[in-house]
Design a protein around this ligand. Structure first.
Ligand SMILES: [Zn+2]
Length: 64
């Protein structure tokens, strides 16, 4: 399943979200709960690194 990166336009918080097939739920910023989020190809220039989770600082996480 794909993990997409999003960026909040309000507070510029980058975050990731697992999306499921047919998942069209509203994406909101985990920081400010804003709804003005844009899907990113990559939030940072770390795109070439192996770490997908490099966007949200220190956020290696499970799928819980
Ligand atoms: Zn925000």
């Amino acid at each position: 399943m794909p993990i997409y990166e999003y960026k909040c336009e309000a507070c510029e918080k980058c975050f990731e979200k697992l999306t499921f097939k047919g998942d069209d739920e509203k994406i909101v910023c985990p920081e400010c709960k804003g709804e003005s989020v844009k899907r990113q190809m990559s939030c940072t220039s770390l795109f070439n690194t192996k770490s997908i989770g490099s966007c949200a600082a220190g956020a290696p996480k499970g799928f819980s």
